[in-house]
Design a protein around this ligand. Structure first.
Ligand SMILES: *Cc1c(COP(=O)(O)O)cnc(C)c1O
Length: 376
């Protein structure tokens, strides 16, 4: 069946209306739509592909590796990793960065047991399965942080086995921040070096560095961590999923292989890689991040979470929020409210994450819907 031009146009027009409407009431997932990448739209006419290692001199010239390297240096600086020791790339998502971090850890300690908390993102268990690692799920504390004592016991129960621990900085559901120092001390107290810590900082990797003055825990390679994964499409926001992974170069060198066909080293999970994403992230950093731009965006985001809590308080709707987080959890509302505001739910609870597109107007509209639905 061939479609006439008008039906194609009609479909696109209808989809545009649909997506506009859905985008205006998205509050349950931390996918910011507060961005304007229009100065980059011309580049959509090119097949920009960063195949291989962003630090190689690719034979494929239609690449954006120069921007990718700048994005990686921005993040590695932020996480106290010296440029000589730093390596990273722009991934397809936070999930890919987690798989990559775990891959590096598993290659360093091939017999390692993978430990992660019950509140860790589902990408961690998936990566563990893909890597065929023995896994141990550690219970979480009531706020969603990993239970450090239970982690210690689990590690002790595997004597002689190296450990790969995932620290989640900003858990998906409650925004809890696992304490990397407490995790590292479990090994340091026993003078153990056969461990690897991967930080999953999908959302908070772009928030904690800008909350330093508030005393928020920092992501730092001065601590014994091997890699950090951040989502690009969450706090920063992009028209497609993307992410950033930063790792110690020594771990990457262990897995690199030279590929003659591309004239580059192969050190990434993907072969062909989205060359638009590094350009877009670079643009966001340069146009929004400078002069305390991200710091202000983070401050506003936290203020909006304060505001949401005040409004929930005002209608006596019980809610919870972790320190240093823009995630507010509450009892799951009526189905109509869940659907309209696209709220993620887990065991009778739901949440709103006030990433930069969440403003007072939207919060007020949500509260009004919530009030109406509870009056019935
Ligand atoms: C969202 C999230 C991920 C996955 O990131 P994607 O970019 O969606 O693949 C991983 N970890 C945590 C804690 C998350 O919240």
């Amino acid at each position: 069946m061939t479609q006439t031009i008008s039906t194609i146009k009609d479909r696109i027009k209808a989809y545009k209306q649909h997506i506009d409407e859905r985008a205006s009431t998205l509050m349950g997932y931390p996918e910011s739509m507060h961005f304007d990448y229009s100065p980059l739209s011309d580049f959509m006419n090119y097949n920009i592909d960063n195949l291989g290692d962003p630090y190689s001199d690719l034979l494929y010239g239609v690449n954006s590796c120069e921007f990718e390297r700048e994005v990686i240096s921005y993040f590695s600086n932020m996480y106290d990793l010296k440029s000589d020791d730093a390596w990273g790339y722009v991934t397809s998502s936070g999930t890919e960065g987690n798989l990559y971090g775990l891959f590096l850890g598993r290659e360093l300690h091939q017999e390692a047991v993978l430990y992660y908390s019950a509140d860790a993102h589902y990408s961690i268990a998936k990566a563990g399965r893909l890597l065929r690692m023995p896994m141990h799920v550690v219970p979480s504390l009531a706020n969603g942080e990993i239970d450090y004592e239970a982690l210690r016991d689990a590690i002790d129960a595997n004597p002689g086995k190296p450990a790969l621990v995932v620290a989640t900085l900003g858990t998906t559901f409650t925004g809890a921040i696992d304490n990397v120092d407490k995790i590292a001390s479990i090994f340091e107290e026993n003078s153990r070096t056969d461990f690897y810590i991967h930080c999953d900082a999908a959302l908070s990797g772009m928030m904690l560095p800008f909350m330093k003055e508030m005393g928020a825990p920092q992501i730092s390679f001065d601590k014994p961590i091997g890699s950090v994964s951040v989502s690009g499409h969450k706090f920063i926001g992009a028209p497609y999923p993307c992410g950033i992974v930063v790792a110690r170069k020594e771990h990457v060198e262990r897995i690199q292989t030279a590929i003659e066909y591309i004239g580059a080293l192969d050190s990434t999970i993907g072969g062909s890689r989205n060359g638009q994403a590094p350009l877009y992230l670079w643009y966001a950093i340069e146009s929004r991040g400078r002069d305390k731009g991200f710091e202000q965006e983070v401050a506003t985001s936290l203020k909006m979470a304060d505001y949401l809590c005040e409004r929930l308080e005002s209608i006596n709707y019980p809610h919870d929020r972790n320190q240093f987080s823009n995630t507010v959890t509450f009892d799951e509302p009526a189905e109509s409210v869940v659907r309209k505001w696209q709220l993620a739910r887990v065991r009778g609870r739901a949440h709103i994450i006030t990433v930069p597109h969440a403003n007072k107007q939207k919060i007020d509209a949500f509260i009004s819907d919530l009030e109406t639905s509870t009056k019935k």
